[in-house]
Design a protein around this ligand. Sequence first.
Ligand code: NAD
Ligand code: GLY
Length: 376
Amino acid sequence: METVRVNLREAARAYDISVGAGLLARAGAILREAVPPARRVALFSNPTVFARYGRQVAESLEQTGFTVLAWQMGDGERHKNWHTLERALDFLLAQKFERHDAVVALGGGVVGDLAGCAAALYLRGLPFAHIPTTLLAQIDASVGGKTAVNTKQGKNLIGVFHQPVAVIIDPGALATLPRREVTAGWCEAVKQGAAGDAGLFARTVDFLTQNGPLAFAHPQLAQLIAAQCAFKAEIVAGDEREDASRTDARSRRILNFGHTVGHALETVTRYRRFRHGEAVGYGMLAAGELSKRLALLNDFELESLQNATRVCGKLPRVADIPAEAVIKALAGDKKSVGGYVKWILLERLGRARIVDGREISPQILREALREALRLA
Ligand code: NAD
Ligand code: GLY
């Protein structure tokens, strides 16, 4: 088993991420160490994941003395909303959960974000653990304490920081993941390396090139996932709450590499065409091209980035989307500061540079989008 420590400034809130094949069956023992006094666990999941892994996890928790009360939300991003959050809180209230009891999220980032939000709000904060079952959630969403729900105005606009007490990752659970979710997860893995760690980028691309995106039984996968988590943990430890005034290359904001154009593509297609990670895949290509046109990234590194997104898997079509619609959507990006987009670009692979949108001419932006995505 690999263990990654997330060292937060306040030492008492530090926690371990455990990664290893077969850990679903050991979830009880790991959680017991993290929350020794807890009596009850609210096991939050959705029908897709619970049908596959719910019983195994519940049994493991029960073996270490927890009473498990399962609760399920609908499957899909559209359920990550106020209404579901209210139902989740009503469940905890009806079952009279107490401060020492715990909430456990079993599922992808949608379940994790919603369960984390409910755990943060209920009695001003219950202990919370992630058991992520998508690649994206294993390398990204379960690490770092961001929780959120969506509203009509946009995604993740309402949320709180609430760090988990434990993250339990079993790469074996990825075997049942739909192919597009796999591609989306690998795109986010490439993103993490490209934005902040050249060694991690190379290691991720090498793994994919040698084994393909579906090598979930590979003995080195757990180490790679742990390395991805360690990278994110280091960034989170240095900038837990994503300080808006920071513009340096270790700011948490760099994790949004590829997200500016990614979000715009999702908005323009009304969240119906792309999985989030797929849109980030295209967003990285656009940000890479923009970086090249601003004389930051060289041709060779841009080609490496293009190759890296290719080995993640096939992305949905994009060429029919008008560049003008994407540019319009960029203006509404929630990561903008004072009305201007803060672009996460690359100085080189593994080193991001945050660039104010005012420094980029509309002409260069338009050309970069057309070149990178062949937009209409
Ligand atoms: P998801 O949670 O919707 O999961 C994708 C699909 O896979 C769902 O249909 C789910 O039921 C299914 N699934 C999950 N595990 C499975 C398994 N092992 N086998 C078969 N099917 C399985 O999507 P996601 O990509 O995991 O997460 C996306 C969400 O995460 C978004 O809401 C995003 O905002 C959020 N997110 C949060 C953070 C954070 O730091 N909190 C970071 C990145 C993304
Ligand atoms: N996924 C970006 C972050 O956690 O900050």
